[in-house]
Design a protein around this ligand. Structure first.
Ligand SMILES: C[S@@+](CC[C@H](N)C(=O)[O-])C[C@H]1O[C@@H](n2cnc3c(N)ncnc32)[C@H](O)[C@@H]1O
Length: 234
């Protein structure tokens, strides 16, 4: 008997209409659906496609502790072993990924363990920098500019150095790190050029000048876009 195929399905930033046709087709065809979820509570990825999980598919929640710092060392190995047991029975698995599977996604950790032994198909999804730029109606990059993506979890000095060197940046994983980012942008005199986007594409989407955002109100699903204005745009 041949082994099953692992599908990493990018689901986009949250609005179900931003799913690709391919992701939807593969989701509906898979007998088993797996997804990351917090230790207690719902999976954001599952919520995006909940309306299509109506075929009695078996579900596997991979629980990740959503706390600061790296995940427990063996979490991906244990998760991969659970999925491998299904694949060994010849069943395909659709692993649901919010945004894009390979852009800061848990799928990459699973892939490390399974890619050599099982066939894999990955369907890209709309990643958060793209969704946030669209929500804010601002260009991410133009002409010969380059874009850096930075996690706000970096130490303050490192974040400052990388932002100072960037023409355009998307800063992800804001949450409790927002106040630090705001301080850094103020020191670099780039606060006025920063846009804040929370829950892009969802009904509770919020777009605001970053300078106007109360740090106490910032959730994890928020991104800052910081672009150095070109002289002709000043
Ligand atoms: C672990 S990363 C996952 C990124 C995801 N795989 C993607 O392709 O966008 C989570 C971070 O992405 C950003 N993010 C994801 N979805 C977002 C959304 N709908 N609106 C704003 N930021 C989002 C936030 O900065 C969040 O902290």
């Amino acid at each position: 008997m041949s082994v099953g195929r692992l599908y990493g399905l990018g689901l986009g930033p949250g609005d179900p209409e931003l799913l690709t046709l391919k992701a939807l087709r593969l989701l509906r065809a898979a007998p088993v659906v797996a997804y990351p979820a917090p230790v207690d509570g719902d999976s954001f990825a599952r919520r995006i496609v909940a309306q299509w999980l109506d075929r009695g598919q078996r579900e596997i929640a991979i629980r990740f502790p959503m706390r600061p710092g790296p995940p427990p060392a063996d979490i991906y190995r244990v998760a991969a072993a659970r999925l491998a047991a299904v694949l060994d029975r010849g069943e395909d698995i659709a692993y649901l990924c919010q945004g894009d599977p390979l852009f800061y996604g848990s799928f990459a950790g699973i892939l490390d363990w399974l890619a050599g032994d099982y066939p894999v198909t990955i369907v890209p999804g709309v990643a958060s920098p793209m969704a946030c730029a669209a929500a804010a109606s601002v260009p991410l990059v133009q002409r010969d500019e380059s874009l850096v993506v930075l996690p706000a979890t970096l130490p303050e000095a490192e974040l400052a150095a990388r932002l100072a060197a960037s023409e355009a940046a998307a800063v992800v994983k804001l949450g409790r790190h927002f106040a630090k980012l705001r301080r850094v942008l103020a020191e670099l005199n780039r606060l006025d050029a920063a846009v804040y986007v929370e829950h892009a594409s969802l009904t509770n989407q919020r777009v605001a000048p970053l300078a106007a955002v109360d740090p106490a109100s910032v959730p994890y699903f928020a991104t800052a876009l910081v672009r150095r204005r070109r002289p002709e745009e000043a």
